[in-house]
Ligand binder design. Structure first.
Ligand code: GFB
Length: 311
């Protein structure tokens, strides 16, 4: 990717897209194209077609998606399936039509079977049943991988798919209900400290294990993939280690300075028991995560404090 190449970052206001944008800026890219949701609705085929006809980007990072935590996935299965299928279909097809040189599609570790052997290798895709709490989202993401693979096979398009673990960082969604766990617990623990509450309510049993990667580490991996990787199927990106939700809550409590209790609300779903990615393939390409979970929680908490009035 030349520094002057035109690069479209779809989803640039989100957690992952904003990290890609920061990385492109910091590495000297000068021709970055972005559109907000109100300027370009990626679910709308006509809008996507005319955008690609007009701008003809050379490179596309497809980080736009309808996303949310475990409850949001359960509440809006129709939108999670429909909107993500449409976004993937529209952007990938128009990238083919307009002759995009390379496209990088973002999925999620929930594409792998619920009770997959751990850590999960790329070839475990479609070898077992999916986790029910996010099956519609996972199916849309698997469809996106298959779109990339099919356009590569049939038309020789250089479209690749990356599957990150649970991502966190600046510009995450900190809403109590719709967010993912790390951002939700930062907000809940902060509120408990601010109000002097004796306890924080954590959803589920606290026993599920999750792997967390900072969005800036992810963005570094994605730019590397854009440069050096061209293959069928997904490639995993994660930190290589996981921890239980209880341990995560305690780690957040230590950073924020909370010394109360954690109550586990077992009326809320646990989701997949574990989803640790095997990251050997991306490591072989020369990437490794740099930001420790503790440092990542600290910097994300300070971002939250600086932006809490806007959230
Ligand atoms: O991050 P999370 O919503 O998503 O939840 P998943 C992870 C775990 O944290 C679950 C627990 O066991 C939750 O019950 N948890 C505890 C909480 N307290 C909270 C809380 O306050 N908020 C939230 N949100 N969780 C999502 C998928 O699965 O992961 C998506 O639904 C996507 O499709 C995403 O794949 C990366 O890791 O369970």
């Amino acid at each position: 990717m030349k520094k002057s190449a035109s690069v479209f970052v779809a989803g640039h206001t989100g957690l992952v897209g904003s990290a890609i944008l920061r990385k492109l800026h910091s590495t000297g890219h000068t021709n970055i194209i972005t559109r907000t949701h109100s300027e370009l609705d990626l679910v709308d085929q006509r809008q996507v077609r005319s955008f690609f006809n007009e701008h003809r980007p050379e490179y596309v990072f497809l980080a736009a998606a309808r996303v949310g935590g475990i409850l949001e996935n359960q509440r809006y299965p129709a939108e999670f399936l429909y909107q993500n299928l449409m976004i993937a279909s529209n952007v990938i097809h128009q990238s083919y039509v307009s002759g995009v040189r390379k496209l990088l599609y973002l999925g999620s570790s929930c594409i792998y079977p619920r009770l997959s052997e751990q850590p999960m290798r790329e070839e475990f895709l479609l070898t077992g049943e999916l986790e029910p709490t996010n099956e519609p989202y996972a199916i849309s993401k698997i469809a996106g991988i298959k779109l990339c693979d099919s356009y590569r096979r049939q038309y020789g398009c250089d479209f690749v798919s990356a599957m990150p673990s649970n991502i966190y960082g600046p510009h995450d969604n900190f809403d109590y209900e719709s967010s993912h766990v790390l951002a939700a617990l930062i907000r809940k623990v902060h509120q408990a400290v601010t109000l002097g509450s004796p306890s924080v309510r954590v959803w589920g049993t606290g026993t599920p294990r999750r792997e967390f990667l900072h969005s800036d580490d992810l963005a570094e991996a994605l730019l590397l993939l854009m440069e050096v990787y061209s293959d069928l199927g997904p490639i995993n990106i994660g930190s290589g280690t996981d921890l239980s939700i209880k341990d995560l809550a305690e780690a957040i409590g230590r950073v924020i300075g909370f010394d109360g209790e954690y109550e586990f609300d077992i009326s809320k779903p646990d989701g997949a028991p574990r989803k640790l990615l095997d990251i050997s393939r991306i490591r072989e390409l020369g990437w490794h995560p740099r930001i420790s979970l503790e440092d990542g929680i600290k910097s994300t908490y300070s971002w939250f404090l600086n932006h809490s009035s806007e959230l």
